[in-house]
Structure formats: structure tokens, C-alpha cells
Design a protein. Structure first.
Length: 107
């Protein structure tokens, strides 16, 4: 998916992001968690399975970038973290953070 254009559209209600590759194929991801690392905001996303299945899809990390649209409105774009070492580190950080949040909720 490294050829994929990462100008996904976010459905704020469901935190669903749709990415489109160079061939026009669409891939739907759900935001699992947002978190910060070194002052930048990132999102951990999982690929939605094929309709009618519970298949767990690929997990990716995107940097959340604030942009101003042509209409002057603030928006977010999601840029795929292509550095595999950094992406894995960010996934580990997100998983640790989610585990800590779950432990706090149980208390």
C-alpha cells in the first residue's frame, strides 16, 4: 500500500478513514486510537474486513496532519508512516497506552 494516496476522508461519527490507491481502489480503515509521540499526533488504524466477514485486517499507523482547505476550514489528513521501524515502535506505544487505559478503567 505504499503507492496509496493518503488523503483519506474521515467519517467523524465512526472514525472510519477511506484511502484510495493510484488505481482507484478504496480501502476502509477504522481508527483504533489517537496518541501523541514526540509532539506529533498519530492514529492507529485497522483495515475493515470484507463485508459480511469478521476478518481482522492489516494494522497501520498514520501521522495526523492539520491542513487548511480551499474554503479556509481546518481539516485533518492521514499520512502513512512508511518507516517500518518507526511504525512498529508507534504500534507498540499505542498498544501499551491502550493496555494502560484498560487497566485504569477496570479500577
Amino acid at each position: 500500500m505504499d503507492e496509496m494516496e493518503m488523503n483519506g476522508m474521515e467519517d467523524m461519527e465512526n472514525d472510519v478513514i477511506v484511502f484510495e490507491d493510484d488505481d482507484g481502489n478504496e480501502y476502509e480503515f477504522t481508527v483504533v486510537d489517537y496518541f501523541f509521540y514526540n509532539g506529533d499526533e498519530y492514529a492507529l488504524l485497522t483495515e475493515n474486513g470484507t463485508e459480511g466477514t469478521e476478518q481482522e485486517g492489516e494494522c497501520i499507523v498514520c501521522k495526523v496532519v492539520e491542513v487548511t482547505g480551499e474554503d479556509g476550514e481546518e481539516d485533518e489528513e492521514f499520512e502513512l508512516v512508511e518507516d517500518e521501524d518507526l511504525a512498529q515502535k508507534l504500534i507498540d506505544i499505542a498498544n501499551t497506552q491502550m493496555s494502560e487505559d484498560e487497566e485504569e478503567d477496570e479500577e
